[in-house]
Design a protein around this ligand. Structure first.
Ligand code: BDP
Length: 607
């Protein structure tokens, strides 16, 4: 990543001026400072799943009123983690309904005694619906599994001489309904010759396991009672100067004086300002630039990675692999990733297509007014959280919605328009797998993103058809819309260690050959209107034991195996093919200031 003394991050032109959020309050990432303290609550929590028939015993018996162990047995549950990935109990793995988390905390005395201190409880994400009690008091509710939410709990902790022990109870429901994002349905199976009374299954319409729980960090932090609630930064360039426009929202009082200092990567002050809004000028600016990317043409090449939970070692390993590959982008398929992932993208120069959890919008009943309203709200939360990241190049409002439906056309039009009103500077898209002539949402996107699986989900085994079918796809879409196109998914299921030549499906040779055929097709268009290629997928990942489309069938063998790396992050043969391609593109089109050098291999062919 190009970095220098004056880091005014001028991304690929995002100008967020005029961002009008309907949400109350900002959602700044908590950072310690002389006036802010943080207390991480990661670690072991007490946990219980409510296995009662209606899943409501916890509410009927008010489990939040007393320590959880008093109302029944509990187990240890690490936070962050997915509760349905931890236990040996199969019932918990497939559990649908309310689960209960609890943690006791001892607060520093100052937090409870100093009335000039605000104490905030912040939850990185809770999948999917959460209710939070503090010392038995209903404090906060949130719908949606992949975004942070928080509450000022000062009045609950600053109530008397020594209430420094705090009990936090969080009930989380992972049920997906036609109006959640992603949506799902509960199906009751009533044939009593086959199923016991009350038997139901959760149907989902996406291809990943519905991991749930407190999958990201929970923490408490403090601010003074007069505090900065939100900051919006937009950037531009004027000759060799970087212009940083800022807008700061202060809450708690009107009596404040604001001094603004812009620090560079080495913590040197590079510009000063005053007041809640203004412009900072950084002469001789060193611009943020994507890893290995050329200016003309800017081209995204990468893989789709997944980031539901949060685990530092895995995260750093994944970024090491991205850099080893020479990749420069990914899409947050199919939900916003942890905030720490976005920070890594800024640090490492990885461009992000930031996608919301609008996945599995497969049935007509999912396009209704309640869903639309919620979808817009989710986009507000995504933009609010990620608007200041230079790495974010585009918003994606959905993956493979049933965009051939009239109702979907209207729905997508509304969500896209809303997202543009939140952030007029960045392009907006959704990812389509519809036919170009039938897609009702495509007229509203800025960039056409296409998923296609030639010789995988169609014409099984016929690699020789890929180039023709890919060329037809691109030409049809371009002729109709004249918009830039990204091939946002392509790939093949591959079981590491399976070999066959001539290639057969599921072998490493087949994955390599399929990618090679796609690359020949992409090379025909990539200096024209195709502006990116993103392989499905970075690493193998867990799914349900079936795939929902075209028919619900057991086509998954221990998950989705389209990874270039295994789930343990070991390379399949295709990883080396990709690495060669990405470094070759980087060296062909190298941005004059970026160093196309492999971090890991001194004697790389391409350095
Ligand atoms: C695409 C989906 C993706 C799946 C992939 C596949 O966008 O989530 O995992 O297919 O089937 O349609 O591998």
């Amino acid at each position: 990543m190009a970095r220098g003394s004056a880091v005014a991050w001028a991304a690929l032109g995002p100008l967020l001026w005029g961002c009008a959020l309907g949400l109350q309050g900002g959602m700044l990432y908590p950072q310690e400072s002389p006036s802010r303290e943080c207390k991480e609550l990661d670690g072991l929590w007490s946990f219980r799943a409510d296995f009662s028939d209606n899943r409501r015993r916890g509410f009927e018996e008010q489990w939040y009123r007393r320590p959880l162990w008093e109302s029944g047995p509990t187990v240890d549950m690490p936070v962050p983690s997915s509760f349905n990935d931890i236990s040996q109990d199969w019932r918990l793995r497939h559990f649908v309904g309310w689960v209960w988390y609890e943690r006791e905390v001892i607060l520093p005395e100052r937090w409870t005694q100093d009335l000039r201190t605000r104490v905030v409880l912040r939850i990185g994400s809770a999948h999917s619906y959460a209710i939070v009690w503090v010392n038995g008091v209903d404090t906060l509710e949130h719908e949606g599994g992949y975004l942070p939410f928080e509450a000022d709990i000062s009045n609950l902790v600053q109530v008397g001489p020594l209430p420094s022990r705090l009990r936090i109870t969080i009930a989380i429901n992972n049920t997906l309904t036609p109006t959640t994002l992603p949506p799902g349905t509960i199906q009751y199976l009533t044939d009593t010759s086959k199923y016991p009374k009350g038997y139901f299954v959760q149907n989902t319409y996406f291809d990943f396991f519905n991991y749930a729980g407190l999958q990201r960090s929970v923490l408490l932090y403090t601010t003074p009672t007069t505090y900065i609630d939100d900051i919006t930064v937009t950037t531009s360039v004027e000759q060799d100067s970087g212009l940083v426009n800022y807008q700061i929202s202060v809450k708690g009082s009107n009596l404040f004086k604001l001094e603004v200092r812009l620090l560079d990567a080495e913590n040197k002050v590079v510009a000063n300002g005053t007041g809640t809004q203004g412009q900072l000028k950084v002469p001789g600016v060193s611009l943020w630039w994507p890893y290995l990317m050329h200016e003309r043409p800017a081209y995204l090449y990468s893989l789709e990675i997944r980031g539901k939970g949060f685990d530092w070692p895995l995260l750093v390993k994944d970024f090491n692999l991205l850099r080893w590959l020479g990749a420069n982008a990914f899409r947050t398929s199919h939900y916003p990733y942890a905030e720490e992932v976005m920070q890594m993208c800024d640090r490492y120069g990885i461009v992000v297509i930031d996608e919301c959890p609008g996945v599995g919008l497969a049935l007509p009943q999912f396009f209704n007014n309640v869903s639309l309203h919620h979808h817009m709200q989710v986009m507000e939360e995504v933009v609010r959280r990620d608007k200041n990241h230079p790495a974010v190049v585009m918003w994606s409002v959905a993956n493979e919605p049933a965009s051939h439906l009239e109702s979907a056309g209207y729905y997508l039009k509304m969500v896209i328009a809303h997202t543009k009103s939140l952030d007029p500077s960045r392009p907006v898209t959704f990812v389509s797998n519809s036919n170009y002539a039938a897609d009702k949402g495509a007229p509203y996107v800025d960039v056409i993103c296409l998923n296609s699986y030639y010789s995988w989900y169609h014409d099984y085994g016929h690699l020789e058809l890929i180039q023709l079918q890919l060329a037809t796809q691109f030409e049809n879409w371009y002729k109709k819309y004249q918009k830039p196109i990204i091939q946002s998914e392509y790939g093949a299921e591959t079981i590491a260690g399976f070999h066959q030549d001539p290639p057969l499906m599921f072998t490493e040779e087949y994955q390599k050959s399929l990618l090679e055929q796609y690359h020949l097709g992409l090379d025909q268009k990539r200096r024209k209107y195709v502006v990116g290629e993103l392989i499905w997928n970075f690493a193998d990942f867990m799914t349900e034991q079936w795939k929902d489309r075209p028919l619900k069938a057991p086509t998954r063998v221990l998950g989705n195996k389209k990874g270039i790396f295994t789930r343990q992050r070991q390379p399949k043969s295709a990883a080396f093919l990709l690495r060669e391609r990405y470094w070759k593109i980087a060296n062909e089109t190298r941005y004059p200031h970026s160093v196309a050098k492999s971090q890991c291999l001194e004697n790389s062919l391409f350095t």
